[in-house]
Design a protein around this ligand. Structure first.
Ligand SMILES: Cc1cc2nc3c(=O)[nH]c(=O)nc-3n(C[C@H](O)[C@H](O)[C@H](O)COP(=O)(O)OP(=O)(O)OC[C@H]3O[C@@H](n4cnc5c(N)ncnc54)[C@H](O)[C@@H]3O)c2cc1C
Length: 456
């Protein structure tokens, strides 16, 4: 066999499949919000996703516990697209408290909802668990209803960049290699694939620099942040029985779980809208890179092996799990963090902890802790330092690690996606670069779409 170290690929002509105003790559929470919100303003919008469904981690990753949309007083500050989307989900596919309980600190109500992941720091929150299949349909129907052109099963593999400007993206699919050209490209791949391909500067927190293809900055130590996993759903369980056991035989429950923990078995079966199912967003693996194909493969292999250990342990030891069976494992590997954009602005914890309201605010997030006020989202953290006609939205935003730890949650990704989509549409409509877009007009349109904003 020839011993080449690299292969020289000949240059080729790539057909242009389509031209549009706004091209969104990645159909996760941020990308769906971006595309639907851009189309709602009238921009000709295309959304490209590498898998056959929409929702990213929030559906295909089985991250179905959608984090808090309410602030510490129970106000729904993440609304707009979030509300429109959840309104489309059938009520029996949602596990969450009615709105008159949001913000309640009544200990009985808090205890009940805490067990169902809808209470945090002694306060009832709007953080529903949503059936992923119903959420996939809601994402899809909302996008189609608003006129988004969907392209599924297509993987963005190259940026079309001219000088300092993005012109489009090249995709690989069963139809071969094709390009879509656009006035503005939104990178919602979660991993920042497109801005990295366009050679926009990135930052990244990782553990083994040799595994990072971009040679980015390495700054934080191991936390939940870097963990990767496949998730699994089990059927045949009796969660009511399990809850009773946990409540009434708390010491026995603790003893079993502590034995399990020593064997690497997770102690948190998640509640679902149905009591005969449960979910584990585990087992988790540290020290692997979501940008390294061998690491991705290892997590898939070891995740399944460890899941079988978990299943055996739960069946033999935990009341309510005797007849448990594996319904499915998540088709998308769970990644909390990879590349982040180096943006025109960087969200930094000193600012939101001090309650700074950004002059280019395009959304408001609940703060991660009741000690801090609501957090003002600046448009600048979605715009690259210098590359033009490009926005990023979702967990690849420009931020420090502390801000990323909550801005990467699904509601915040909806918030950023909606802001990016509207900003992109306004830029195209006015024929200006996204970095020069009129923030007042963007805010006005966002507010008409139901987004909560601080008074400007
Ligand atoms: C195990 C785990 C537990 C979590 N727990 C919670 C929780 O309890 N609550 C919460 O709110 N959040 C939680 N999160 C965080 C949250 O799920 C993610 O941060 C969020 O989904 C990110 O959204 P996104 O749209 O930025 O990216 P993603 O959800 O990753 O979506 C990106 C999309 O882009 C597509 N894509 C990627 N590359 C390409 C390409 N090159 N071409 C075409 N398409 C591409 C992907 O297929 C995917 O659909 C958790 C995450 C994990 C992994």
């Amino acid at each position: 066999m020839a011993e080449y170290e690299t292969i020289h690929e000949p240059a080729r002509e790539t057909p242009v499949m389509r031209r549009c105003d706004v091209l969104v790559v990645g159909g996760g929470p941020a990308g769906c919000a971006a595309a639907s919100s851009s189309a709602a303003v009238g921009a000709d919008t295309v959304l490209v996703e590498r898998y056959g469904h929409l929702g990213g981690m929030s559906t295909g990753g089985f991250v179905i516990w959608i984090d808090r949309m309410t602030d510490w007083d129970g106000n729904q500050v993440i609304s707009g697209y979030a509300r429109d989307l959840i309104d489309l989900v059938p009520k029996d596919a949602i596990l969450g408290p009615p709105d008159d309980l949001w913000g309640s600190r009544d200990s009985r109500v808090v205890d009940y909802w805490q067990e169902r992941h809808n209470a945090y720091q002694g306060t009832v929150t709007w953080s529903p668990t949503i059936d992923p299949e119903m959420l996939k349909i809601a994402y899809m129907e909302l996008a189609l209803e608003r006129g988004v052109k969907l392209i599924l099963h297509a993987w963005g593999v190259e940026a079309v960049r001219e000088g300092n400007e993005m012109r489009g993206v090249i995709f690989e699919s069963k139809s071969g290699r094709q390009a879509i050209l656009a006035d503005v490209v939104v990178d919602a791949t979660g991993d920042g694939d497109i801005f990295a391909l366009a050679k926009a500067p990135v930052e990244m927190d990782a553990f083994d620099p040799s595994k990072d293809p971009d040679g980015a900055d390495f700054v934080i130590p191991a936390t939940i942040h870097d963990r990767m996993n496949i998730s699994c759903r089990w059927g045949g369980v009796d969660m009511e029985r399990y809850r009773e056991f946990k409540r009434n035989q708390a010491d026995d429950h603790r003893a079993i779980m502590s034995r399990g923990t020593k064997m690497g078995v997770p102690d948190r079966p998640h509640m679902m809208p149905r009591d005969d199912m449960t979910l584990f967003m585990a087992p988790k693996f540290s020290g692997y890179s979501p940008l390294n194909v061998e690491d991705l493969t290892t997590v898939e292999i070891e995740g399944r092996r460890r899941m079988m250990v978990m299943l055996d342990f739960y069946r033999k030891n935990v009341p309510g799990f005797e007849r448990a069976w594996v319904m499915d494992t998540s088709p998308q590997i769970g990644t909390r963090h990879s590349r982040r954009l180096k943006g025109a602005k960087r969200m930094v914890s000193e600012e939101w902890k001090a309650g700074k309201i950004q002059e280019d605010e395009v959304g408001v997030s609940p703060s991660p802790n009741r000690r801090f006020p609501n957090v003002s989202l600046p448009l600048g953290c979605l715009i690259p330092e210098s590359l033009d006609n490009m926005l990023a939205a979702g967990r690849n935003l420009s931020s420090d690690p502390a801000s990323h730890s909550f801005m990467r949650e699904i509601p915040q990704c909806w918030l950023m996606g909606q802001a990016a989509g509207v900003a992109a549409a306004v830029a195209v409509g006015n024929g200006v670069s996204v970095r020069n877009v009129g923030v007042a007009e963007v805010r006005d349109l966002l507010s008409k779409q139901g987004v909560y904003l601080n008074a400007g």
